[in-house]
Design a binder for this molecule. Sequence first.
Ligand code: 9MR
Length: 495
Amino acid sequence: MNDVPAPSKRRTRSGARLLLGGACALAITVSSMAVATLAHADLSGPPGTTLKAAAERSGRYFGTAMGADRLNDSGFLNIANREFDMMTAVNEMKPDATEPNPGQFDFRRGDAIYDWATQHGMRFRGHTLAWHAQQPKFWAGLSGSALRSAMISHINGVMAHYKGKFAYWDVVNEAYAENGSRRSSNLQSTGNDWIEVAFRTARAADPSVKLCYNDYNIENWTYGKTQGVYNLIKDFKARGVPVDCVGLQTHFTGGSSLPGNFQQTLSSFAALGVDVALTEADVTNASTSQYQGLTQACMNVPRCVGITTWGIRDSDSWRGNENPLLFDRNSNPKPAYTSVLNALNAASTTVPGTTTPPPTTPPTTPPTTPPTTPPTTPPTTPPTTPPTTPPPTGQPGGCTAAYRMVSMWNGGFQGELTVTNGTTAISGWTVQLTLAGGQTIANVWNGSNTGNSGAVSIRNAAYNGALGANASTTLGFLVNGSSNTAPSNISCTPA
Ligand code: 9MR
């Protein structure tokens, strides 16, 4: 049986290419992968008339969650398409759904949701990889190192399938008890480091996605559970364990309500260097003041990147009898919808990094007009010595590779190489580089490596080898080892 967080038992002490829905969303398309479209913040623009347009003004998103059963529900899909720019699968990407038998993965229902959402211009939050509930049945027969291995294999298997496609992954869900200690579970029994191992595994499996810890009842800053999770993230940040975001489920249902210090909780987490997001919001009877307050708290914290409601209409809710969502059973927006929309439009902070204007397409060099007047004086002296130096990069047949460090932590770093072609189209390329002693490549994306220490070469992937004149592409890699020395001897050879 699934151990669903029991609402009634909850503490109440808290007292890519697409540009949808206005605002200016800048689209990034990489190959055929549906990669995150990021909102481009512009607070000077007109107020948004949909949730997503209003959120995008400040570089944020407004998301919802759907089950595969909603794929045939045109009422749901119409509102989802109009109002939301981030999607989460309610149950279809949980461990029991994606790995019903050992090593046998089933992504059909998750993919159907992902495909619909991304075909409608949305980004995606993956939910979830490691949780005490909704586990594969076969995990029940495992414990200790066998269960630990099963968890690692599960994370690797699922993340490989969705590699490069999601904006966020809830790597670990609901691992804390109400008093701020670890929740007891079979995963916890594999050792206190299971959360850390899950995040390290996830980073290596897909370095492009932001990795989140997600939980409920962590909205009240003074509550024990909030402090327990806060200390986890603080410890991870101090020790370089890869964590990028904290999801606060924000279920103000089942007896919970918006605490007065919610913004303090968000800003305190953000101050640790993580994004925060409201990931499953719903509010008993859709109280307009609580919806307004939770939205405003997020808008006031620059690293609060977005809000997701757990369903669209009251009929979609896991707690439908509390009518907790923004749309009624007839698909009409409720008063809470207006209070959320207004609070989104009133945002005065933007998400860091979203105010940069969209990259402009490199100017295409206009064809040079052939000179109309022939040179009057032909050169009289032919050059006597033919050039002996090879053509510099940027000339026909050349390519270059430029390195930058994206991020670093104790014991490793993420690097990026930008491969830029010369003036003649090429069908493939190889970058050579030398890693410092003790450094080992753990993972490469947008390319494949030969060797992982010392002299290494990285060949293009199937989809990014062909480069037109002056075109460029990027590849990334993770390195274990000291980040003090950058790779050296970097060069590029066309195929
Ligand atoms: O909404 C989900 C519901 O359909 C499932 O029966 C339930 C089973 O655990 O999970 C619900 O989603 C939960 C989410 O995955 C994690 N946070 C609490 C959500 C509501 O229970």
